[in-house]
Design a protein around this ligand. Structure first.
Ligand SMILES: [Zn+2]
Length: 405
């Protein structure tokens, strides 16, 4: 074990291009106990933000077993996150069994190659093995003297959002502020996109309530960047609407490698109504603040997520919204911008299920939707989808029948 300890600073430095270490304002610590195991030649560890496994065992030379468990017993959603780091004394392959405590294997492994970003692990390197009623996975993992991270999705950590927000705020139309703190004291940021004279009508976007939902986060990044471009559509939109973006509502869950929850044992997107968690209370207070401001008017709310396929959860068609007609106009324009792509829409409304879409609509009367991207949707397509959704949103909001007082 001693060589590993000596190597850790090197590993962190080596991985800086594919995942970032805790930044200065990440005052919380990684919740899992430090975990690592080594066969003397190859080492697996979880000592990085976003790591996800409960235990590591050596089963033989070059053969490891990782126990994959949810963060608490109340997790019911099968988004079985895993992430580990592998290192060898020479270039080789090792076998890593992912043994699930529940739910079974969902995410196709991604591998972070230092200096090269992320790619999907060769599908031939993934053998699914059914044990009882669980689907476990056996991975053949390339190791080298430079550590690689294997994870259910590419890591999209608080530091990456921090850099992204910094980059966006080079544009004078974008500004950032701390909306508040997570339960573990991490910053939850708000980006505001506004013209020089801020428009009173407000569009609110939120992302990453659920930690593993990286693909929804990637779509949101593309969506937001589109709002800042200098074409006529974006200029007209910004002249009329101010956009408030909370891209990472659950930094604690992301850093701790959770499947679903923040640190309070609660699904944040089942807490819009009870508001038992500090993260959801920040969103409530922001939205109520807009409502209470005589110079502001909430007009639209979109929540970005991931699931097994691309879909958009909307309100029921007969539900009234102000502005009226936004959702069908947005979806029709979105589909028109993507002629080679089938837009899937799932209308629904359960007022007893305390999700953001229902609560924001029922409280403020505005159109709301949950924009979902598939776990394995092609990353270049995600970028196109995010941009098209933003363009269609801007066009539909500009065309919607508005009656702000
Ligand atoms: Zn979600």
């Amino acid at each position: 074990m001693r060589p590993l300890v000596a190597l850790l600073p090197v590993l962190l430095a080596a991985c800086a291009t594919t995942q970032s270490a805790l930044s200065g304002d990440d005052v919380g610590t990684v919740a899992q106990a430090a975990q690592s195991c080594s066969d003397g030649t190859n080492t697996i560890d979880g000592e990085f933000p976003g790591s996800g496994f409960a235990r590591c065992e050596v089963l033989g030379k070059g053969w490891f077993r990782l126990s994959i468990e949810p963060e608490d017993a109340k997790v019911t959603n099968c988004s079985a996150w895993y992430a580990f780091r592998a290192l060898g004394k020479r270039a080789d392959t090792i076998t890593v069994d992912l043994d699930y405590a529940s739910c079974g294997h969902r995410y196709q492994p991604k591998i972070g190659l230092p200096g090269k970003g992320w790619e999907r692990l060769d599908p031939d390197a993934v053998e699914l093995r059914t044990v009882g009623d669980l689907r476990n996975a056996r991975l053949t993992v390339p190791v080298d003297t430079t550590a690689r991270i294997l994870a259910g999705q590419e890591l999209l950590l608080p530091d990456a959002y921090d850099s992204w927000l910094d980059k966006l705020t080079a544009n004078p139309l974008a500004s950032r502020a701390e909306l508040g703190k997570s339960a573990q004291g991490r910053s939850i940021d708000r980006l505001t996109i506004a013209a020089a004279t801020p428009a009173p009508e407000q569009v609110v976007l939120v992302g990453r309530q659920h930690p593993p939902e990286v693909t929804g986060g990637l779509a949101m990044i593309a969506f937001v960047e589109r709002l800042l471009e200098e074409d006529d559509l974006a200029k007209a939109y910004r002249a009329r609407f101010t956009t408030q973006v909370v891209p990472l509502l659950n930094p604690d869950g992301v850093v701790n490698g959770h499947w679903r929850h923040a640190t309070g044992g609660v699904d944040l997107n089942r807490d819009w109504g009870p508001f038992t968690q500090p993260e959801t209370r920040l969103m409530r207070d922001m939205l109520e603040g807009i409502e209470a401001d005589p110079n502001a008017k909430l007009r639209l709310f979109l929540d970005f997520h991931s699931t097994r396929y691309d879909t958009i959860y909307t309100l029921l068609p007969e539900m009234e919204t102000d502005p009226p007609g936004f959702l069908p106009a947005w979806l029709a324009d979105y589909a028109a911008r993507l002629p080679d792509y089938d837009v899937r829409v799932e209308p629904g409304h359960n007022p007893d299920l305390p999700v953001s879409k229902a609560w924001v609509h029922d409280r403020f009367g505005v159109p709301t939707a949950t924009y979902e991207i598939g776990d394995e949707t092609d990353r270049a397509l995600i970028r196109r989808l995010g941009r098209a959704a933003a363009e269609a949103m801007m066009a539909a909001m500009l065309a919607a029948d508005h009656a702000p007082e």
